[in-house]
Structures are given as C-alpha cells and as structure tokens.
Design a protein around this ligand. Structure first.
Ligand SMILES: [Zn+2]
Length: 209
C-alpha cells in the first residue's frame, strides 16, 4: 500500500465508527494522519542505506513504536492544534477563499482518550496492511519487526503485491460516493472497507491456489 491507501484506510475506519458525528472532521483527519505515521522510518534513507536497512519497518512499524507515536501525535494536537494548523495550511496552499470558523476544541479527558485510541488503531491498521502487502516484481518480501526494540523477529503474511491498484480503486470510488451522498458517509465507509477486505482476501486466495 502507498501513503494514499494507508491514509484512506484510517479515514474510512474513523468514518465507519461514526465518531465524526460527535467529534467532527478532526477525528477523520487524525486517523488519516496517524495511519501514515509508521512510515516515518522510511526517512532514515536520508542517513544512508545501512541505517535504512536497520530502521525501515522497525522503528515505526512495531507495537511499542505505535504507542509512543500515538502519545506524541495526541500531545501535539492537544497542545498545538496540529489538525487545525494542517487544515488552515492546506486551505492556504489550495487558495481557498472560504474562511473556516472552527474554534479549537477544549481538551478534556474524554477527547484525549478517544484521540489516543483512534490514533493507535489507525497505526495498527497500517501494520496490518503492511503485513499482507509485500514485495513486488523482482523484490523479496519486506518483513515487519512488530516487537522491536524487544525482538528483531520479522513478520509477514503476503497476500497482495505492493503497488497493486485494486484497493486504490475501491478507495477512490468510495471517496467519490461520499462526495455524491454526503449524508451516507458512514454507510459508504463501511461498504468501502468491506470491499477492500474482500478484495485483499480474494487476492490472497488466488495467490494460494
Ligand atoms: Zn509501512
């Protein structure tokens, strides 16, 4: 999966839960952002191939790293309104004329707890997707070190090749359906996720047979 599909997996998961009815757009944005966060360890390529080999699919792709990243993400949003800043920046870049009147929500224990759980589940969705998406033409499987830093054991269960566009098309279709039927967003998110799961399972079954 690429960054787009990971983000859409997180966003659709949040929308399918219906949490947006209580927490607004921010909960979907948080899930989308959290769902792409584990790939930060790919940036270690800037430090050279040796560091990348050691860090990629370990430093950001373990259960412990996800807990830590979820805490950091929630703290950044609660303290600095990360999501509000991101939306304003995006609107400026896109030249949007509409000024959003969207005051920063008051932090409270319930919001912090929901934010943490949503961020963590979105990151786990990334790990689950990476577990079943692996390898490409001429490339071996990319194992995840889920137990890092306590163990270097690698995990992988390849069902779909990296770069397969089946789920991409499902997410794009779901996105357009949401734009067309805005009142049925939750239902469409559930169907989109269902289709994605059936597709991945089907590809896996075909690969085995
Ligand atoms: Zn990844």
């Amino acid at each position: 999966m690429t960054t787009f599909e990971h983000a859409m997996l997180g966003v659709n998961g949040a929308l399918a839960s219906g949490l947006q009815h209580r927490f607004g757009w921010r909960v979907a944005a948080l899930a989308g952002l959290a769902a792409i966060t584990p790939d930060w360890d790919g940036l270690t390529i800037l430090g050279g191939m040796r560091l990348f080999d050691q860090a990629h699919r370990a430093w950001g792709h373990s259960f412990a790293a996800c807990v830590l990243m979820a805490v950091v993400l929630v703290a950044l949003d609660i303290r600095f309104d990360l999501l509000g800043w991101g939306r304003r920046t995006l609107e400026r870049l896109l030249g949007s004329k509409a000024k959003l009147i969207d005051p920063r929500p008051e932090p409270n224990p319930l919001r912090c707890a929901v934010w943490f759980i949503v961020a963590l589940l979105a990151m786990f969705s990334h790990l689950a997707a990476d577990l079943v998406y692996s390898g490409a033409e001429g490339l071996s499987d990319w194992e995840l070190k889920l137990l890092w830093p306590f163990s270097q054991q690698g995990f992988i269960h390849p069902l779909v090749r990296w770069g397969d566009i089946g789920v991409t098309l499902i997410f794009v279709t779901g996105m357009f359906a949401m734009l067309r039927w805005r009142r049925r967003v939750r239902w469409i998110a559930c169907v989109t996720l269902g289709c994605a799961l059936v597709y991945i399972g089907g590809r896996g079954a075909l690969a085995v047979s």
